[in-house]
Design a protein around this ligand. Structure first.
Ligand code: DAH
Length: 345
């Protein structure tokens, strides 16, 4: 077979194989095997050294022609394959705009968190600092420092869970009062703080009792703090929380750590004071306990009770939220049923 014939043969087989190629790798292997350095054309051209001077350029021209033809066919085959890949991709990635979208469920904060943050905002606006306390407290801070010595009968109302005989789960946020008084430097100004957090009682859970609930403690100490300051502060709080028309009423009460002690009522936000089921026909709703800080509590913190005075208050977020939103079972707060939270988006 002459070299011309060999090239013609190679051309025939190449033209036959090329159209059947359908992927880039096979196409590339094909190019290497035909036109590559160690390919079939190179192989054929090795025979050129035996040709005469006239025949050699002719064969060279033929080889070039063949190379150009195949190269251009390879190019178009390549574009064809690429177009196919894109077409296939598009086909697989078609988007059915009529399909329902994936739902992104948006959560929201628990109503007790929302209530706490709302109250925090009100007090931040009045220049209070927000302080954290310990849920695991000592008997000393939870009781003794709140003027409830070991055999005080009022301890009975606040039985709790004991870790040791001296370490317990706090029954109220009031111990934070003592801890902040201990830490406060009065040469730098008055003490104004609130402290929200969880508290515990040895109570049997029912619709209105929970062994774990939430409180916010408030404390202000400075020279010349009077009952009127307490009343003005509570008035601001209830008007911001329950509406500008709300009135406040202080009733005498008893807490060991305040003297005098009061219970604060607000005029009913449902009936406006005429009497309804929310206020149990009294026109008033009890919302928190408060009073003037007992001199013993000040003195135990090393504060001169002749020079300084203060007021304190404590409220329960569960009670506030239950009143406001007509929630009638406290256990609903803790069950983790998303439907509870979803109502307060
Ligand atoms: N610690 C009280 C309780 O848990 C609530 C309370 C009443 C706090 C009067 C106070 C206060 O700071 O002055 O029942």
């Amino acid at each position: 077979m002459t070299l011309q014939e060999k090239i013609a043969d190679l051309r025939t087989s190449a033209l036959e194989k090329l159209p059947k190629i359908a992927d880039e790798k096979t196409l590339n292997d094909f190019r290497v095997s035909v036109l590559g350095k160690k390919g079939k054309l190179t192989d054929i051209l090795k025979g050129m050294k035996d040709l005469s001077n006239e025949e050699r350029p002719k064969l060279g021209a033929l080889a070039n022609e063949f190379r150009d033809e195949i190269t251009s066919l390879l190019e178009s085959k390549k574009s064809e394959i690429e177009a196919l890949i894109i077409a296939k991709k598009l086909e697989n990635e078609t988007l059915d705009v009529t399909l329902p979208g994936k739902k992104v469920t948006k959560g929201n904060r628990h109503i007790l968190t929302q209530t706490t943050e709302e109250i925090e905002d009100i007090f931040l606006g009045m220049g209070y600092q927000i302080v954290d306390g310990y849920e695991v407290e000592t008997d000393y801070y939870n009781f003794e420092r709140m003027n409830l010595p070991k055999d005080h009968p009022a301890r009975d109302m606040q039985d709790t869970f004991y870790i040791t005989s001296d370490i317990l789960l706090r029954t109220h946020t009031s111990p934070v009062q003592a801890r902040t008084m201990d830490a406060h430097d009065f040469t730098k100004g008055p003490l104004k703080m609130i402290s929200p957090g969880r508290v515990y009682r040895r109570d049997t859970d029912d619709a209105t009792h929970s062994h774990q609930f939430h409180q916010i403690e408030g404390l202000v100490i400075d020279e010349n703090i009077a009952m009127s300051d307490l009343k003005g502060t509570l008035d601001t709080l209830v008007k911001k929380m329950f509406g500008a028309e709300r009135k406040i009423r202080l009733r005498p009460s008893y807490f060991p750590f305040t003297e005098p002690s009061v219970e604060a009522d607000i005029s009913c936000f449902k009936c406006g004071g005429k009497g309804c089921n929310v206020c149990k026909m009294t026109g008033w709703i009890e919302v928190l306990g408060a009073g003037m800080v007992h001199p013993n509590v000040l003195e135990m913190a090393g504060i001169d009770s002749k020079k300084y005075s203060g007021f304190a208050f404590g409220l329960g977020q569960e009670r506030i939220a239950m009143l406001r939103y007509g929630i009638n079972d406290i256990r609903g707060f803790y069950l983790g049923d998303a439907r509870m939270s979803e109502q307060f988006k």
